[in-house]
Design a protein around this ligand. Structure first.
Ligand code: SF4
Ligand code: ZN
Length: 303
């Protein structure tokens, strides 16, 4: 087969419509999808200061590249969180520092060890729900520092695969309230203490982000070959495997899950709108008296 638009050699076959695209047509397809998502869900407004959460993986590097390329009348700052995961984070951090320097993108780095007194490796024994701890602490730091930097939006590299996995995980664990916080632009209600999170890669597949980042020669590390050592133990990883098997057998499954989810999302947001309080211990916004981070800090005897 040849590229549907210009008959050159294809680099990808899109799963949904049996169409193949060459390198340049794929770049156009990818960037058009990002622009459409931004405009349909009003993710970015003029004069926004956007913090881009960068991990050094394909998604966040593709996101940083595209936003930097498309940026007009907005400010972009990268933010990297170093959890302290041996043989994993160091290399990624160096790549991000180099890339941001070469492309004149300001970068802020925060370390779990400095923020919470211990690196993630020392907080949880190997294989023991590290992702749950990591996820809570990451969300806390991203919001706290995005607000301190006076950002108006916090952009993450979550793609269609990530969102499908999150929606199913919440369904399987009967954790529907958490799903109300998903979507291309997150947040159940407005609160200036929460910086709105945006996901410009929302309608792009994992594989598409991988091919885009590879063909653009972005300095990412593929997690296929250099995965976080904790990922293999995670619940998400099991869901991911299951979803990939389904997509292989029934192409379009992931798109169908997301489109069905987006139909019910407004109902979830309406149902789960509630009062936002301030954590009695740290002052950060939360739904209860004490935020999840302060509960973890106490439980794991951090700081
Ligand atoms: Fe953190 Fe889990 Fe991601 Fe590793 S795989 S960086 S522990 S959330
Ligand atoms: Zn707190």
């Amino acid at each position: 087969m040849v590229c549907k638009n210009c008959e050159k050699n294809p680099v990808i076959k899109l799963t949904n419509n049996d169409v193949e695209l060459c390198k340049l047509c794929f770049f156009k397809y990818f960037e058009k999808k990002v622009r459409r998502t931004i405009s349909k869900y009003k993710l970015i407004e003029p004069k926004d200061h956007i913090i881009v959460a960068v991990s050094g993986g394909k998604d966040s590097m593709a996101l940083l590249y595209v936003l930097n390329k498309l940026k007009k009348n907005i400010k972009i700052t990268g933010m990297l969180l170093d959890e302290g995961i041996k043989d994993y984070r160091d290399g990624l951090r160096k790549n991000v520092i180099k890339y941001c320097k070469e492309n004149k993108i300001p970068l802020k780095i925060y370390y779990f060890k400095k923020e919470f007194g211990k690196a993630l490796d020392k907080m949880v024994p190997k294989g023991e729900k590290a992702c749950n701890v990591c996820g809570v602490l990451r969300r806390y730091l991203l919001n706290k520092y995005a607000r301190k930097l006076k950002a108006t939006k916090l952009a993450t590299g979550h793609n269609l695969d990530d969102e499908c996995q999150s929606a199913l995980m919440n369904q399987f664990r009967r954790n529907i309230k958490t799903s109300a916080r998903l979507g291309p632009i997150t947040g159940v209600q407005e609160d200036k203490r929460f910086i709105k999170r945006i996901k410009p890669l929302y309608f792009l597949l994992d594989e598409e982000a991988l091919i885009y980042a590879s063909l653009k020669d972005l300095p990412f590390r593929s997690f296929k070959y250099c995965a976080c050592p904790y990922a293999v133990h995670s619940y998400r990883n099991s869901i991911k495997k299951m979803l990939n098997e389904f997509e292989e057998k029934y192409p379009g499954t992931k798109n169908n899950i997301i489109n069905s989810f987006l139909e019910i999302l407004p109902l979830l947001k309406k149902k789960y709108t509630g009062e936002i309080k301030s954590c009695r211990s740290c002052g950060e916004p939360c739904s209860g008296e004490i935020c999840q981070t302060c509960n973890l800090v106490k439980k794991l005897k951090l700081k």
